[in-house]
Design a protein around this ligand. Structure first.
Ligand code: CMC
Length: 433
């Protein structure tokens, strides 16, 4: 290893063994220590929860958690949320550059022409209980698509990969909207290719065959912005799940279904639903002190939902944009005195002044305000995480594509620190105590 230049050399001393490891630099962010050769010396690293482990290289999204920065392909999230639409952002995540006008037209056209589900899938919806959670339905429906497009299993073929990516981006909103329609016992509304991505989603969710339905541009824009803010977030739990599943070259629909399953949890995408339930439970600004005390109580597993983040130790930039969007949407709808929004603003203020939250660097995350916007758009709480999944599909497929097309790919196979019994001999059942 003595060919490693000194400035790129990390030295590890274990007992009387000296191990030299190379460091690697990205374009932004701290260097990493390349520990791949450690196994050759009979050692592994131990890092449950990946607190200090980079699991891959990626050129898609960059986060500086201390400064509260989020860039997609180098573009600050604030600029994209202000000037781009969701499909433009999906194109950017996928291709690495913003599209020109022709590329955008072609991309939008391809997505809008893949929005229908295979007609046979209608029967699958009907097999669920009417009260099935939309995320349970989504996991099943997106996974089931592998059965409808078996050729997508050829992940070594760039053409097949591209078709699968278009299908996923286009069909996930239809599956999400229909899971809600099924809950409501209303007819499935077929996608409208003339509408924008966000408008079409609202249409499939809220329209019915008996009346015309036209959402306001402000509300469409607000939903589009929610999609942009949730589109990617580097190697979070669900994205890592998609990469892990995809590392075996599994079918992409199955990999995205795995990502949806991971996202569902309340510590990840399920937090937006949990925030709204928490605000409803608080019910009155006078009860905020009580809820803060509960969140600080070490004997109580309760956490202030929508607060804290593994990477952001500063304000989540998405939360600031979401708070602003909240104001815009509630003003448009004449709901500026919305009680839950008032509680959220007060709760944020009190938490940000509290030593517990200051010391632990716990700030509002994107989910703190997104639920209030979604609720104002008439979207039921049970659909919140499905909407997160819909938006994150753009990032998942970009990350999956990056992984499977990167040379030198390896199946993900973590090691472990074994803590079970040592070797012992089998005891016949009549001699066991
Ligand atoms: N309320 C109260 N205490 C908290 C909270 C919270 N929301 N979040 C973290 N803490 C405390 C935690 O108890 C721990 O205290 P101690 O050091 O005394 O044991 C300390 O802060 C560090 O927490 P952690 O769980 O070790 O940190 P993590 O990086 O593993 O977890 C998190 C990050 C997002 C899971 C966590 O902050 C949390 O559970 N937040 C609430 C759920 C939530 O809003 N999730 C959405 C995340 S953003 C959307 C997404 O990307 O999915």
């Amino acid at each position: 290893m003595n060919n490693i230049p000194p400035q790129n050399r990390a030295l590890l001393r274990i007992g009387d063994q000296n191990i030299e490891l190379p460091t690697m630099s990205g374009t932004l962010g701290p260097d990493v220590i390349d520990t791949r050769a450690l196994g050759n010396h009979g050692h592994f690293t131990y890092d449950p929860g990946f607190l200090s482990t980079a699991s891959c290289t990626s050129s898609i999204t960059y986060i500086d958690g201390d400064q509260g920065l989020l860039y997609y392909r180098g573009y600050p999230i604030e600029q994209l949320a202000e000037h781009a639409d969701f499909l433009e952002v999906a194109y950017l995540l996928w291709h690495g550059e913003l599209p020109n006008a022709d590329q955008k037209r072609e991309f939008d056209g391809l997505v809008s022409h893949h929005t229908m589900l295979h007609d046979q899938m209608n029967h699958l919806f009907c097999g669920f209980r009417r009260d099935a959670h939309p995320m349970a339905v989504m996991v099943a429906m997106i996974g089931a698509m592998a059965a409808f497009y078996p050729e997508s299993g050829d992940v070594g073929d760039p053409h097949q990969r591209e078709i699968s990516m278009f299908r996923l981006l286009a069909k996930v909103p239809t599956a999400a909207a229909w899971s809600y329609k099924y809950n409501k016992g209303e007819p499935f509304m077929y996608p409208q290719n003339r509408m924008s991505y966000a408008e079409n989603f609202l249409y499939m969710l809220h329209a019915n065959p008996c009346e015309s339905y036209q959402p306001s541009p402000t509300l469409v824009r607000a939903l589009d912005r929610i999609f942009i803010l949730h589109a990617d977030h580097e190697q979070n739990a669900s994205t890592s799940t998609v990469r892990l599943a995809g590392s075996s070259y599994a079918n992409p629909f199955a990999c995205i279904a795995a990502g949806i399953a991971c996202l569902w949890g309340p510590l990840h995408g399920g937090a937006n639903e949990a925030v709204l339930r928490m605000l409803e439970e608080i019910g009155d600004v006078n009860r905020i002190g009580e809820i803060i005390q509960r969140a600080k109580d070490k004997t109580n597993p309760f956490r202030l939902m929508g607060f804290g983040h593994r990477v952001y130790k500063n304000m989540d930039p998405r939360a600031a944009i979401m708070r602003q969007t909240c104001h815009e949407v509630l003003d448009e709808l004449g709901l500026h005195d919305d009680p839950l929004f008032r509680i959220a603003l007060k709760l944020e203020q009190i938490a940000l002044e509290d030593d517990y939250f200051i010391d632990k660097k716990l700030y509002p995350n994107v989910d703190f305000y997104s639920g209030i916007v979604l609720r104002a758009l008439g979207i039921p709480t049970s659909m919140f995480t499905a909407i997160f999944a819909l938006a994150r599909t753009a990032g998942w497929i970009a990350q999956w594509s990056e992984m499977v097309s990167t040379p030198g790919h390896k199946i993900a196979r973590p090691r472990q620190l074994y803590t079970g019994p040592g070797r012992r001999d089998f005891v016949p059942i009549d001699r066991r105590g």
